[in-house]
Design a protein around this ligand. Sequence first.
Ligand SMILES: Nc1ncnc2c1ncn2[C@@H]1O[C@H](COP(=O)(O)OP(=O)(O)OP(=O)(O)O)[C@@H](O)[C@H]1O
Length: 320
Amino acid sequence: MRGLTKTYPAARGRRGSAGTPEIRATDGIDLDVGRGEIFGLLGPNGAGKSTLVRQLTGLMRPDSGSVDVLGHDLVRHPERAARLIGYLGQESTALDELTVALAAETTGRLRGLSAREARAERDAVLEELGLTALAGRPLKKLSGGQRRLACFAATLVGDRPVLVLDEPTTGMDPVARRAVWAAVDRRRAERGATVLLVTHNVIEAETVLDRVAVLDRGKVIACDTPAGLKERVASEVRVELVWRERAPIELPEVAALRADAQESGRRWVLRLAPDAARAAVAAVTGGPAFAALDDFTLATPSLEDVYLALGGRMEGLVKA
Ligand SMILES: Nc1ncnc2c1ncn2[C@@H]1O[C@H](COP(=O)(O)OP(=O)(O)OP(=O)(O)O)[C@@H](O)[C@H]1O
């Protein structure tokens, strides 16, 4: 993609309520994704991930910029996207009335499979994802995680060379999440599928992605392998302190740490040079602060740290 830009127009407020200003949801995005790559888009709520993905999948026309998927210009020919891309959006109400089996089979038929092929693929994918027992249930009567898994199953039927998955594991339990990642991995290993994965789950991103672009306010603020991104903050150590009830900020050694801490409730996260990290741990474990401490960890940086070091905002980033 080159120079992808999309601005949502300002909306006037109704009956005295405030209007919304114009929002540039994607702001000149350039990205190259290699064939066979599992590529992530990471960023907080509102960063522009879904807007970008909708432009990539031909569902939304960019104001400017271009999208080339396997040699096809999808801005000029958005109708070709359906043949190239299996897309799992954030919402899936279109399939709600169907049973799990019919959702998968119908998707296959819509993608040009014969009735026999669609049924065979349906059975295989439901088996692969552990959905066979739910095959006869309508999607609207499933739990959120089960419904998400059923929609994911439908996305896989009819084998598209590119998969675009917008937060595929939202609401899923660990078993279902593992099934999703195994299925993605298999599509890549056996069929050379390319996967674009939208997530704001930094932990998940770290374990499954080959490369990741960090998006913030419509712009790519970094793009690298998870390891490459982490090298940028390699000189830092992450110190995590969890207080029993509250931080005893009346103690000077705790008050001194607070300036560097990212606070979320009882949990403080500090990114410090190794010497400072050791001193911080000594200060909270060696004196009266220790009584107020529930747990502490020292760790090398995670993608979350990279994200913060790059100036991203903390809100909206899920920690698994
Ligand atoms: N239809 C719309 N009309 C106006 N503004 C919109 C519309 N859709 C999204 N926006 C705004 O565009 C920005 C980008 O939204 P987008 O949904 O692309 O973010 P996202 O990164 O996918 O967020 P999330 O992680 O919450 O799904 C946000 O500020 C959002 O409020």
